[in-house]
Design a binder for this molecule. Structure first.
Ligand code: AMP
Length: 423
């Protein structure tokens, strides 16, 4: 008989073997973020659809093709969150964080959902660690955010990391640059790919995103926005570059790194890793979004953030040494059925004493069960049979030395703790 259901396409199970890596990523996120004064926040997995339509933009791939949208029983249109920033900005105002001393520094970890074409490093449910700084527009905060991400990778021992950087200006300088780009592309429209012809009309900045080979020569010579920034944007960009240099974070200017939405301002960046080939080499990215709060209907409030992908980072961590699995101190074995209750009681006593205890529920031969204990990595086996039960004792076996002692129940925590420490 076939199983009634399979794992849904584009999802993955993070199995126990990967959990050491996963927990390492979570701990590194906590460390990197809290060291710089960021506080953890968790927002719902689903939100009103409009929140994402507004924040990602009607014409974006995310909204046009990738959202998991459904109508609930009350007739509301809801969407599984495709990214974190819009929800965080909403929560910042909903939760009154805008009334606290500014800026507010937040971080989050969790699953996100996009109906994308699944492949290695691209899933329909994926996971991100992200940070946001809201309520203050200083360029040094851009660098702080980049540095928290950098620190995260460094906590994970991931080298071979590249940082790409660009500025996309603001509402003062970008409109003129957009026209400049149109003027540049206009005479060559017939040589462009189909998508670029649409971008030319709707969103010329996205022309710089194009990966189609036939469009590359033209793109390479396109005017660069960093050469057309207004005074304040140019000053901010110079501060960002200067502070990155001072922080010892190497970066590469990439004039084709853009965001297609008007509320993105100034700094945009992306982390890339050499070992992830092709289009999936981006480990994370972010930028400044000074126009987002107003776009969502709130008071105009600056913000900057980053999101890194945990699933792709897991692929890199797997290339290294396997992580340290969660250990077991004691493997508890009852020799006969009638001894199970006694073994269960001793296991509870040991757990209450802070030890990690796995109870063997089986009835196999002792040597087979000791092999299981070894496979579990237990340092001590606790063995009870009818004699031990009758006398209120237990046998404690040191799994590596293969020696054993019999101790009375009241000494069991002390004896096991000592044996575990010695093993
Ligand atoms: P974005 O929110 O699109 O800027 O993505 C930030 C990071 O999240 C990317 O660099 C990836 O590491 C990760 N990411 C985004 N989409 C996916 C996906 N469908 N599957 C796996 N990781 C993803």
């Amino acid at each position: 008989m076939a199983p009634v259901a399979q794992r849904v396409r584009g999802t993955q199970d993070i199995l126990p073997a990967d959990q050491p890596h996963w927990e390492l990523m979570e701990r590194a996120a906590h460390t990197a973020a809290t060291r710089a004064g960021y506080q953890k926040i968790a927002t719902p997995i689903f939100e009103a659809t409009d929140l994402f339509v507004r924040s990602a933009g009607e014409a974006s791939d995310v909204v046009a093709k990738e959202m998991y949208t459904f109508t609930d029983r009350g007739g509301r249109s809801l969407t599984l969150r495709p990214e974190g920033t819009a929800s965080i900005v909403r929560a910042y105002f909903d939760g009154g964080l805008d009334q606290e001393p500014q800026p507010v520094r937040l971080f989050y970890l969790g699953p996100f959902f996009r109906y994308d074409r699944p492949q290695a490093g691209r899933y329909r449910q994926f996971h991100q660690f992200g940070v946001e700084v809201i309520g203050e527009g200083h360029a040094l905060l851009d660098v702080e955010v980049i540095q928290v991400g950098w620190q995260w990778f460094s906590e994970l021992g991931i080298g071979d990391l590249g940082l790409k950087l660009n500025s996309i200006g603001d509402e003062v300088c970008r409109p003129a640059y957009r026209e400049l780009l149109r003027d540049y592309y206009r005479p060559h429209l017939d040589t462009l790919c189909e998508e670029d012809r649409i971008r030319f009309e709707r969103n010329p900045l996205r022309l710089l995103d194009c990966k189609v080979p036939q469009c590359q020569p033209l793109k390479a010579k396109a005017p660069r926005i960093v050469d057309h920034l207004c005074g304040p944007c140019a000053t901010a960009f110079a501060s960002v570059k200067g502070a990155l240099e001072a922080a010892g974070i190497p970066f590469e200017l990439d004039p084709s790194l853009v965001r297609g939405l008007d509320y993105y301002t100034r700094t945009v960046f992306e982390y890339q890793h050499g070992s992830l080939g092709g289009a999936q080499n981006a480990l994370g990215g972010g930028g400044r979004y000074d126009g987002l709060a107003a776009e969502l209907g709130y008071r105009s409030t600056p913000g900057v953030g980053l999101a890194v992908g945990m699933d792709r980072t897991l692929l890199i961590l797997r290339q290294g040494s396997p992580g340290q699995a969660e250990g077991v101190d004691v493997y508890a074995i009852a020799l006969e059925d009638g001894d199970q209750g006694y073994a269960f009681q001793l296991a509870s006593t040991l757990r209450a004493g802070g030890l990690r205890v796995v109870l063997d529920p089986g009835a196999a031969r002792l040597d087979a069960r000791l092999r299981k204990a070894a496979r579990k990595g237990a340092r001590v086996a606790l063995i009870v049979g009818p004699d031990e039960r009758a006398r209120g004792e237990a046998v404690i076996r040191d799994m590596s030395a293969k020696t054993q002692v019999t101790v009375p129940e009241r000494e069991i925590i002390a004896a096991v703790t000592q044996a575990v420490g010695a093993a």
